[in-house]
Design a protein around this ligand. Structure first.
Ligand code: T46
Length: 137
């Protein structure tokens, strides 16, 4: 099964421009209650970010401007996608290793998170992640 799961947001455009509404709920797009929102911007050239997994946190990442390349890895397979559209949300499940590369100068990456910030939820060592995830695969 692919690690890549997209949410397609409807663009509510008219002659003035575009608008996307992100909603939470059973029949809505985002499959969890949002407890935190953060965004990554002004990323320096040649900088990569991420290199961790989360034990519990689920997230949806939306590139609202520019683009970047996201790598997802479950310890057995790696898949990569470009985040380059404000109408596409990438669902990042718990226990998924992620890396972000090739940020464009104008990239603004908006992230919707299911939990508050908690450093103890991070797994920052790839070998430890593989060991912990091994039982699930
Ligand atoms: C993720 C990817 C996509 C906070 O204090 N609160 C927060 O909510 C966040 C997200 C970060 N921080 C602090 C922790 C670090 O001192 O901000 C600093 C940068 O965070 P980090 O190095 O974890 O950033 P990235 O870009 O490597 O990872 C971030 C998220 O942390 C992570 O959950 O999945 O974006």
């Amino acid at each position: 099964m692919s690690l890549v799961k997209w949410i397609d947001f409807q663009s509510l455009g008219d002659e003035r421009g575009s608008l996307v509404a992100v909603e939470v709920g059973m029949d809505k797009a985002v499959p969890f209650d949002i407890k935190r929102v953060y965004y990554i911007y002004h990323t320096e050239k040649k900088v990569s970010r991420g290199y961790h997994a989360h034990k519990k946190l689920k997230q949806v990442a939306i590139c609202v401007a520019g683009k970047c390349r996201m790598v997802l890895d479950d310890g057995k397979k790696r898949e990569e996608v470009w985040l380059d559209s404000p109408t596409k949300g990438l669902v990042i499940e718990d226990m998924t290793w992620r890396e972000m590369h090739d940020f464009s100068d104008d990239c603004v990456l908006l992230v919707l998170a299911s939990e508050h910030y908690d450093e103890s939820d991070y797994i920052r060592d790839y070998e430890e992640f593989k060991k912990l995830n091994g039982n699930k695969l």
